[in-house]
Design a protein around this ligand. Sequence first.
Ligand code: SF4
Ligand code: MG
Length: 323
Amino acid sequence: MSALLEAKEVTRTFWVGRGLFAKKRLLTAVNNLDLSLDKGEVLGLVGESGSGKSTLAKLLLGLLAPNSGSITLAGSDVGAMGRLALARRIQPVFQDPYSSLNPRKPVASIVALPLAVQGVGAAERRKRAVAMLEKVGLAKRHADVYPNELSGGQRQRVAIARALVVEPEIVLLDEPTSALDVSVQSQILNLLLDLRRDLGLTYVFISHNLAVVEHIATRVAVMYLGRIVEMADRETLFRAPRHPYTRALLESVLTPEPGLGVPETGLGLAIPNPLNSPSGCVFHPRCEEAGPRCKAEVPRSLRSPDGFVACHLYDGGVGRAAA
Ligand code: SF4
Ligand code: MG
């Protein structure tokens, strides 16, 4: 079976540098990345800030083009598909329901906007927007209120309705619950799971929060400095993580150290500046298992039945650098 959404050897770089006369430097936000998504999956994409998750999201949405490599949706190149055609098939939901909804528009017209873009007439738009509001657990009366009259959770329901109103196949959720109270988070996650079941949706779910990903994902990809270092189905990844970075992330969730001023993962060192990516395995400065080979050689991705891992430990060991 061919994948619904597939990224092959995708690299995306940016020139960065502050100020008019600053030396511009090349940042590799996404580095030779492979990813595939089958229909009906919920792929959790986990990583710290700076890991390239949001750049990858924009690439998958066709909002950015890769420097090299390809991204295809059901076999067609995403870049060649055109914004409108693509927007019918893949829709985003972003983190912040406060800034992503136009405060001057009533809810029904916010939800109906993607339909207006697609050229659907006003009466039909209204009908479909109201029906979608009900599907996401809002009432008919919410159609005519403004976003500032709604709670954070209700606003995120509006953002979800807006994404779903064009009946996309894939929804890309970028930290959709991070701005919400914990009690509201689980309501939104359960809503997303119900919608996926009822509407046959496929999700890419981006988060730095492993507990949230464990709740919703069927498969998990762990990102570090622009690469996916491990991918596995949810049970395998949480029960038997293989990559040292995945293990460190899981341990940091289990043993939080509030108030110690440690990085968000609790890993010993801060994530390296992506402008000065370490040689060899990019995780080696933070890795407890690192050996001489790790500084010298980029690890290959070793396939397993449900994913892969990129670490020398599973590919001949960390002991000797290749000549
Ligand atoms: Fe650690 Fe080496 Fe594996 Fe990288 S390749 S994760 S440094 S053991
Ligand atoms: Mg981000």
